[in-house]
Every structure is written in structure tokens, then in C-alpha cells.
Design a binder for this molecule. Structure first.
Ligand SMILES: C[S@@+](CC[C@H](N)C(=O)[O-])C[C@H]1O[C@@H](n2cnc3c(N)ncnc32)[C@H](O)[C@@H]1O
Length: 440
């Protein structure tokens, strides 16, 4: 393999030189592991060109812009995440995030770990609740073992010879991808490497190398950097099996670099905790296609009765914000009180019967219901507070998104909404009713 120091016009630093030596060592190890007899890529139908420098353990943002950059974040943490990033601008965007870095709730810091990882018949390992959980309860907040872009660039660009066969091209891409991940893997703590290698690999027979196979089987999309989606592989969260009616939902919190998993509905002690690997509102046939690479033939209630479920999910997928309609209805007391309430409660029932409490649509309908009851005034205070609390409990895990004041907060939250009570409007008594609820 060419050393970039001979092709690059800029001087090569000691760190870069050390980085390339490591990559050469990785190539040698992989060549042995993949049982490749001839070490030169040329004889395997391709060449590497356009090599860009890879930095080793330096924490500072480099001034140049390497194609692939490796870093452990947060700096100096004993619970750091290994990152494979596409370029220095991605690293800058990662570490300049407001309030970054903060400590996540570590699994051990949850007073009582509410789950265990056990064998699930026909599904390998899975996560099971060890106590009853209510909607909005935090199950785990975990940092990934490894983060990488969904569409990986390899360390150098692969250029195929004219006579390279399709098989050679696939093998070359796989080999170079494996090498690119291997560099990150070799930087991980030994216990994290062991945890990574223990994860399930659904790509043993499609030419993927072991590290990429495990990555493809176990990664979740986390966030975007420089317009690219980054994904993460987790020790515990990657053990959660899929369901098209999942009982848990996940949110990635950028400030703490942790994925928060919370109950989306009541989960009984001993029940399996599930999440979704695909678009839940897509029809059955599309979901099956997305799940095929995992080797999953889903047997959830929605897949077993997919004709009925497809109709329901299509209807749910058309749900839009009803807020403009609620405002118009509230301001016109001539319209019946139950005009919007009935459709809203019917939609809620439909979402629950489909097991779609983990979707944003469910939170949206809780919010609509809360607004409608608030507009119905004092006689509906209890209903309004009821929906408000349910909505707020699920929504609090959205914190860490766009509102810096909310980021990293998990404790007691206070929610207030001002009602525009339509009955008071009708009698000309004004509309100032404030509902307040506390969520813990
Ligand atoms: C991310 S892993 C989940 C944990 C995995 N069961 C294990 O043993 O580590 C994904 C793999 O779990 C299995 N799996 C997940 N959900 C499943 C389901 N609903 N039905 C059958 N197998 C499932 C498949 O083998 C899939 O490739």
C-alpha cells in the first residue's frame, strides 16, 4: 500500500505517520483474517488513490480536512465514545453543539436497572423489563460504543481496474470498509471491543467483514453532521429486538452523547421491551423488505393481521396538525362541542389498537386532545390535565433537540398552557384559563 507521505505535497506530521503505520498493520492483519494470499490490492483488481491523511488520537480540530477522522469523545471521559467522522467540519459540528459535553445518566445510576438481557425464543437475545414501567419512564440512557456515518467513505478511494470482476469489486469494497472501521475499533477500550464483538451479526454470508457486519446489524441512526446521517452501535440498546408495535421509543441526546430509551406505554415486569428498525407507518410489504437484511420475518400483531393493519396505518399516516382547526372551532361557539373531540379520541384509540404509542403521531393526538379539552373550559379541567400529563411525559425526551434551556433535563417538569376557553368566549367573560401540570 502506498504511504501518503510519498504522494502528499504537505509535510507529514509524526501523528499522521504513526496513523499510517497503524493502518498498514491493520491491512496486514485483515489480509491474514480474510485469507488474502496476495497482499497487493492491484492484483485483486483495484488500486487505492487519493489517500487523505488520518489523524490518530489528537483531540484538537485539525486545520486540514481529512476524508476520514478518528476521535474519542468527550475528551478525557472514562465513558468516551469512539467516532469515525467524515472530515474536520463534522468534528467541529459535533463538539460545538450547545452545552456539549454533559454526563448522561449511566445505566448504573438509574436507581434500579429496570431490564435484563435474556434469550428470547426464536429471536436471539433481547431486553426484558424487570419491573412494571409506565409511559415516559426512562429505561436506559446509554452512550454508543462506536459512531460512524451511515454511508462510510473508505480511507482511500478505490479505483477498479478495467478487468476487475463484480466479485472482486464487492470484495475490495468490503475489505477497504473493514479496514476503515478496524482503525476505530483498534482505538476502543478492550472491554468495549469485547462487547462489540459479542453483538449479533446478521451478515455472515454476504461478504461483509465482521466489523461492518456487526455495525449493519446493530446500528441506530443518531443525528446528522454536515448533512450526513451518523449511526451508533450500543452494548445494551443493540440487544433490543424489533416490533412493528414497539412498546419503547428512543431519542438521541446530543449534549450527553447518549441514547435515551423510554417506555411508550405500560410495560409489565417480564414483558419483552421492543423498538422499531423500520418505518412503522409503511405498509407490511415495505416493512418486510426493510427487515429482510436483519433476517427478520416479523410476527407482531400488525404483521400477522396486515390487511387490516395496513388500512389503519395508512389512515394514521395522513394525520396532520389539527391546531389551526382547533383554533377556528374554539373561536366559533356556534360549532358543536364534540366536533373535534370525537375524531381526536377515535384516532387515539386507533393508534393504541395498532400499538403505535412510540410514534410522533401518538404524542400529536394527545396534544390535540389536551387543547380541545382546554378550550372546553373548567368543566373539562380534569380531562385537560390528564392529556397534558400524558403528552408531557412522552415529550420530555424530545428535550436535547432544539431548545437549549430544556437540554439535559430529566427531572420534574412543569407544563403550562393558556386555554382559550370557547364557552367563556361565548359569554363574553374572557378566555384566560391557565392549566398547569407537573410531570415527574
Ligand atoms: C440488533 S440485533 C437485536 C439483538 C439480537 N437478538 C441479539 O441476539 O443480539 C438484531 C437481530 O435480532 C434478531 N431479531 C430482532 N428482532 C427480531 C424479530 N422481531 N424477530 C426475529 N428476530 C429478530 C435478528 O436476528 C436481527 O438480525
Amino acid at each position: 500500500m502506498d504511504n501518503p507521505s510519498t504522494t502528499s505535497s504537505t509535510p507529514v506530521t509524526d501523528a499522521e505517520q504513526a496513523g499510517w503505520q497503524e493502518i498498514e498493520e491493520i491491512t496486514r492483519k485483515l489480509t491474514e483474517e480474510f485469507r488474502i494470499k496476495d497482499q497487493t490490492s492491484k492484483s485483486r483488481g483495484y488500486e487505492i488513490s487519493g489517500m487523505t491523511c488520518v489523524l490518530s488520537s489528537a483531540y484538537e480540530i485539525p486545520t486540514d480536512n481529512p476524508a476520514v477522522l478518528y476521535t474519542s469523545q468527550p475528551r478525557g471521559s472514562d465513558y468516551a465514545v469512539e467516532f469515525l467522522l467524515h472530515g474536520a467540519a463534522a468534528k467541529r459540528e459535533l463538539i460545538e453543539y450547545p452545552d456539549y459535553p454533559q454526563e448522561p445518566y449511566r445505566p448504573s445510576e438509574l436507581k434500579e436497572r429496570p431490564y435484563s438481557i435474556v434469550e428470547i425464543s426464536g429471536k436471539g437475545l433481547g431486553m426484558v423489563a424487570t419491573k412494571d414501567l409506565a409511559p415516559g419512564d426512562l429505561i436506559v440512557a446509554e452512550r454508543p460504543l462506536l459512531v460512524a456515518p451511515r454511508l462510510l467513505r473508505t480511507l482511500g478511494s478505490v479505483v477498479f481496474n478495467d478487468n476487475a470482476t463484480k466479485e472482486q469489486q464487492e470484495a475490495a469494497k468490503s475489505f477497504e470498509t473493514e479496514k476503515t472501521i478496524r482503525y476505530a475499533y483498534d482505538r476502543m477500550r478492550p472491554e468495549d471491543q469485547a462487547a462489540y464483538m459479542k453483538l449479533h451479526n446478521a451478515h455472515l454470508h454476504d461478504g461483509s467483514g465482521p466489523l461492518f457486519g456487526i455495525m449493519r446489524t446493530n446500528r441506530y441512526a443518531l443525528f446528522d453532521l454536515q448533512g450526513e446521517t451518523y449511526t451508533g452501535v450500543f452494548e445494551d440498546l443493540s440487544r433490543i429486538n424489533h416490533s412493528c408495535c414497539p412498546n419503547a421509543d428512543r431519542r438521541f441526546n446530543r449534549a450527553t452523547l447518549s441514547m435515551q430509551l423510554f417506555a411508550a406505554r405500560n410495560i409489565k415486569k417480564g414483558e419483552q421491551i421492543t423498538t422499531s428498525y423500520c418505518d412503522l407507518l409503511a405498509p407490511y410489504a415495505t416493512r418486510q423488505l426493510s427487515l429482510a437484511p436483519y433476517g427478520i420475518c416479523c410476527d407482531c400483531p400488525a404483521c400477522l393481521d396486515h390487511v387490516e393493519s395496513d388500512k389503519n396505518r395508512l389512515r394514521i399516516s395522513h394525520l396532520q396538525s389539527a391546531v389551526p382547526a382547533i383554533i377556528k372551532w374554539a373561536a366559533n361557539p356556534a360549532l358543536p362541542d364534540d366536533l373535534l373531540l370525537r375524531p381526536s379520541l377515535t384516532m387515539l384509540e386507533l393508534l393504541e389498537s395498532e400499538g403505535l404509542e412510540a410514534t410522533r403521531h401518538y404524542a400529536q393526538v394527545l396534544y390535540h386532545s389536551m387543547l380541545i379539552y382546554s378550550a372546553l373550559g373548567e368543566s373539562s379541567t380534569n380531562e385537560c390535565l390528564h392529556f397534558m400529563a400524558r403528552w408531557a411525559k412522552l415529550k420530555r425526551w424530545d428535550a436535547g433537540g432544539s431548545n437549549p434551556a430544556e437540554r439535559g433535563k430529566h427531572d420534574l417538569e412543569k407544563v403550562e398552557i393558556a386555554s382559550f376557553a370557547r364557552r367563556l368566549l361565548a359569554t363574553g367573560e374572557g378566555a384566560a384559563v391557565v392549566f398547569v401540570t407537573e410531570v415527574n
